[in-house]
Design a protein around this ligand. Structure first.
Ligand SMILES: Nc1nc2c(c(=O)[nH]1)N[C@H]1C(S)=C(S)[C@@H](COP(=O)(O)OP(=O)(O)OC[C@H]3O[C@@H](n4cnc5c(N)ncnc54)[C@H](O)[C@@H]3O)O[C@H]1N2
Ligand code: MOO
Length: 408
């Protein structure tokens, strides 16, 4: 193959190409109701149109009082203010009024005396444990000042952020459209789970793996039936999908085998942005454009699918939506030494734990083969070993990427 695209590139170079392409193909914003906002990426800054709380109010049920310490004859009880319509009560020194949590504070009130500490005798109010000045009062604007920029374009909506937008009175938000994704698995050896295997066949695990990786990102992938190793069929199906989807993701058929058709297909019919990244697992990763769609060709080995998706595939999905908020990663000490005998950047399976002194530790899994799906299923992070061969003694600090999203 005539190679006129970046190949055998470093991980950072691959990430930079993905970032650039994602930037150029940023998805347009759309307005959505708050209830559909979870995990979406904000297209605009969120500036508070009002302050929060939007008026001074009581933090506890009891009595708003004016005049501390308590007058010898107690406070005179005048009126009541419940959460709801502001009755415009005004307290004079020596007066108190019944109040409930969240109710507007009567003008002049110094503090809230909680109900449990209060004693009402006729129209007088007494306590043995008076509140401190301003106690149990929530001041207007103490949480949010009107006009403050609370979130920036590129931030991701969480339940708390969605609740905040609701508190600010915003019924809708402007977020990036989510990419539409078509998923393909290819290989004559593949049979769907539920079907009996003939000699030489295996179950298609990547389809379910990749679909749920995408679902965990809030996407709604559409998966095709397994494609045989037939270049004409593969080309026809992928080109068809490329008409209607933003992103086409394939698994398998991207390395050096006689049946690995995708790199040639992309070169002949589309555009290759890169092929092969110095990472382990996932080295033969392919990225380019077919028709109007982006095409991400993940290697066939299941753990390569997991690692390439979580590192570079998800980065692409994030970039297309303009996400700037970084993904969480941990820094942890290796619980065991690791001898790294190859040059590629490695994403090794590992399990996070907390050592006796409360520090994060990661237990590397010796089952490093990229077909070892059980090792991926039994661990919770991909620990990152930098490029270059080397010995990493126990206690070396490494980055760890969560790899079990959805487990909660
Ligand atoms: N001579 C070379 N051989 C290989 C190279 C290489 O550079 N030179 N790279 C190796 C690496 S690393 C990987 S990763 C694999 C990737 O190969 P492909 O992406 O072309 O994938 P396949 O050959 O189609 O399959 C690899 C492996 O994965 C299994 N597979 C494929 N699809 C599925 C699926 N949907 N569900 C479950 N398992 C799947 C397939 O049966 C193979 O065992 O190539 C190495 N070889
Ligand atoms: O690079 Mo491959 O994904 O290790 O088996």
């Amino acid at each position: 193959m005539n190679v006129d695209f970046p190949t055998r590139i470093g991980f950072d170079e691959a990430a930079a190409i993905i970032d650039r392409v994602a930037r150029e193909r940023r998805l347009a914003p759309e307005r959505i109701p708050l209830q559909r906002g979870l995990g979406r990426v904000l297209a605009d800054d969120l500036v508070a149109p009002i302050g929060l709380p939007n008026f001074d109010n009581a933090a506890m049920d009891g009595f708003a009082v004016r005049g501390l310490p308590m007058p010898d004859a107690g406070w005179e009880l005048v009126g009541e203010q419940f959460a709801g319509t502001d009755r415009g009560l005004v307290l004079q020194t020596g007066q108190g009024s019944r109040i409930t949590t969240g109710a507007p504070l009567p003008a002049g009130a110094d503090a809230i005396l909680i109900k449990e500490n209060a004693r009402v005798e006729g129209d007088r109010l007494f306590t043995d444990t008076p509140p401190a000045m301003r106690q149990h009062i929530r001041r207007a604007g103490e949480d949010v000042e009107a006009g403050t920029r609370l979130l920036a374009a590129g931030d991701v909506l969480t339940p708390a952020r969605i609740g905040l937008a609701a508190a600010l009175g915003l019924p809708e938000l402007s977020v990036a459209r989510r990419p539409t994704v078509a998923v393909f698995t290819t290989g004559d050896e593949l049979r769907p789970p539920g079907q009996a295997l003939a000699p030489g066949e295996i179950h298609d695990s990547n389809r379910a793996l990749l679909q749920t990786l995408l679902v965990a990102e809030g996407l709604e992938p559409v998966a095709w039936p397994i494609l045989p190793d037939d270049p004409a069929r593969i080309a026809a199906m992928l080109e068809d999908a490329a008409f209607s989807f933003d992103l086409v993701i394939t698994c398998g058929g991207v390395s050096a085998g006689e049946k690995d058709h995708l790199p040639a297909l992309l070169q002949a019919r589309g555009e290759t942005y890169f092929w092969k990244v110095r990472m382990k697992p996932g080295m033969p990763l392919l990225f380019g454009r077919l028709g109007d769609a982006l095409l991400l060709g993940l290697p066939g080995n299941p753990v390569s699918v997991l690692a390439t998706f979580l590192t570079l595939g998800r980065r692409l999905v994030d970039g297309l939506q303009g996400r700037v908020e970084p993904r969480s990663r941990w820094r942890a000490k290796l619980a065991l030494p690791v001898d790294k005998r190859h040059e590629r950047l490695e994403f090794m399976r590992g399990r996070l734990q907390v050592d006796a002194s409360g520090q994060l530790q990661v237990q590397p899994d010796p089952a490093t083969g990229s077909h070892r799906l059980a090792a991926a299923a039994g661990n919770d992070v991909l620990l990152v070993l930098p490029e270059g061969a080397g010995h990493f003694p126990a206690g070396s600090v490494v980055d760890c990427l969560p790899s079990s999203s959805g487990r909660g």
